[in-house]
Design a protein around this ligand. Structure first.
Ligand code: HEM
Length: 454
């Protein structure tokens, strides 16, 4: 070990120092949620360790999360997983950096203004109504699969004005492959392995080819028709960077492809997981499910929800918020230090990884007493105001805060209302629940629940 590395170890915050540095890397890779919990319990809010090649800092206090994501956003680039995802996502919003990222965000933002997202509400509701027409009283469904298909179709319709039903299986399978290759992407040297014709690389290439065929198809069809359909795709194709002021700042097909793949992936998997965990929690808490039904009956009578009902569905929003506290679809956020800095009495050197975790903070009893209890009352305005802002950050914060946050709230609440108005859920012997923390927090064996009409 070099003398600088040794000095870094000695002055670093506490953390595991196993004889073989690879041991911490493997422990984190095997079961990141339990490993972070153990680190937090054992060492406190600021933990450091040294897997091969670099230093990692875990930041578990809301003030530290704020510092990392907001105050020092400029000192960081994306973490290793996101950087490695470039082979799939290209240079879209999730993976691009600095001025290019800012420019793309500015161009894409108008598609996500709240008013515009309300306009997507109609499609969200129509698709959900149609989707659940296939459901039968008393059957056991894999709710995770149902939610994935539904949210994928909603993203396809709202952002690309296309019904992806025909392509949804192919897209779904390709996205699934990406997600499962996440563990490969974080391996040391994976950037070199990616050049070899080994099975995970071949699977990744095949998945990418399938996605590309579908997305380039959308783009070419739209360029040919020249039609402005008022959706995200038309906006991306028309967008020009007025600051730079030259025609060359239009996005080419490859850039539009990268943004589209990013939005499809980021825009359906997360919401599908959030809804799946919400319905699972409701299945376990009939009294909360009943109270939600009470609100829906009050607000809606016997008609289906309309987008305009959203602001009145307060309890539905509290239920959705609480489900994302217990099962945050994004369970951690990582960054790489590009500009070294001092904070909290610690030196954060260049190339170190900093990590904050919704999983840990959302379940920390200092901010959320009796943290494992599913209790939507925590989201009453007074209770909410009494907690530190960064004790809950399902959508991240700062320059990279989720661009689809309003979309997700409106979609989550409207879908929940449409579904919970008609159906109640219960766990059955086949319900086997285990967490699968890939890039998002998935249920490992899907989510088998019995559905019954109210
Ligand atoms: C419950 C649903 C969702 C959750 C929990 C969620 C969570 C997040 C989080 C935590 C980030 C920040 C990642 C980071 O800091 O590195 C993020 C970024 C992002 N999200 Fe979401 N998201 C959701 C829904 C959506 C939807 C519906 C869309 C689009 C339709 C979307 C598009 C994006 C994009 C493009 C980014 C990258 C933003 C950037 O780096 O500038 N998300 N999301």
């Amino acid at each position: 070990m070099s003398s600088t590395a040794q000095a870094a170890r000695m002055s670093a915050p506490p953390g595991p120092r196993p004889f073989l540095p690879l041991a911490v890397f493997l422990a984190m890779r095997r079961d990141p949620l339990s490993y972070m919990e153990q680190m937090h319990r054992q060492y406190g809010d600021l933990v450091s360790y040294f897997p091969p090649g670099r230093q990692v800092f875990m930041l578990f206090h809301p003030d530290m999360t704020q510092d990392m994501l907001v105050t020092r956003a400029r000192n960081h680039h994306q973490g290793r997983v996101m950087q490695r995802s470039r082979s799939v996502l290209g240079n879209g919003l999730l993976t691009s950096e600095e001025s290019f990222h800012l420019r793309q965000r500015r161009l894409i933002q108008p598609a996500f203004h709240r008013q515009r997202v309300f306009g997507y509400g109609r499609a969200m509701l129509d698709y959900t109504e149609r989707h659940q027409q296939r459901w039968k009283h008393g059957e056991v469904l894999d709710i995770h699969q149902e939610m994935m298909r539904l949210t994928l179709r909603i993203v396809g319709k709202t952002l690309f004005d296309t019904d992806v039903e025909g392509d949804s299986q192919a897209i779904g399978r390709a996205l699934n492959t990406f997600m499962h290759l996440f563990k490969f992407a974080v391996l040391p040297l994976s950037e070199y392995m990616e050049k070899l014709p080994i099975p995970p690389v071949l699977r990744m290439k095949k998945a990418r080819a399938i996605m590309d065929r579908v997305i380039y198809g959308f783009i070419e069809e739209r360029r040919r028709s020249g039609q402005d359909r008022g959706d995200l795709l038309s906006m991306l194709l028309a967008a020009e960077d007025t600051d730079a002021g030259s025609a060359s700042t239009r996005m080419d097909n490859d850039q539009v492809r990268d943004e589209c793949v990013t939005l499809i992936l980021a825009g359906h998997e997360t919401t599908a997981n959030a809804l799946t965990w919400t319905l699972y929690l409701l299945a376990q808490h009939p009294e909360i499910s009943q109270r939600l039904k009470g609100e829906l009956d009050n607000v809606l009578g016997d008609r289906p929800p309309e987008p305009e009902d959203y602001p009145n569905l307060k309890y539905a929003e509290m239920v959705f918020s609480e489900a994302m506290r217990l099962y945050p679809p994004a369970w951690g956020i990582a960054r790489t230090v590009v500009e070294p800095y001092e904070a909290f009495g610690v030196h954060f050197p260049k190339n170190a990884i900093v990590l904050t975790s919704q999983w840990i903070t959302h379940r920390d009893p200092r901010w959320h007493p009796d943290p494992l209890r599913f209790d939507p009352q925590r989201w009453m305005p007074e209770a909410r105001a009494s907690r530190p802002k960064f004790s809950y950050f399902p959508f991240g914060a700062g320059a990279r805060q989720c661009i689809g946050e309003s979309f997700a709230w409106i979609e989550g609440v409207l879908l929940l209302a449409t579904i919970a108005r008609k159906w109640k859920f219960s766990v059955v012997p086949e319900t086997r629940v285990e967490l699968l923390p890939l890039i998002t927090l998935r249920p490992k064996f899907g989510m088998k629940l019995r559905i019954q009409r109210h």
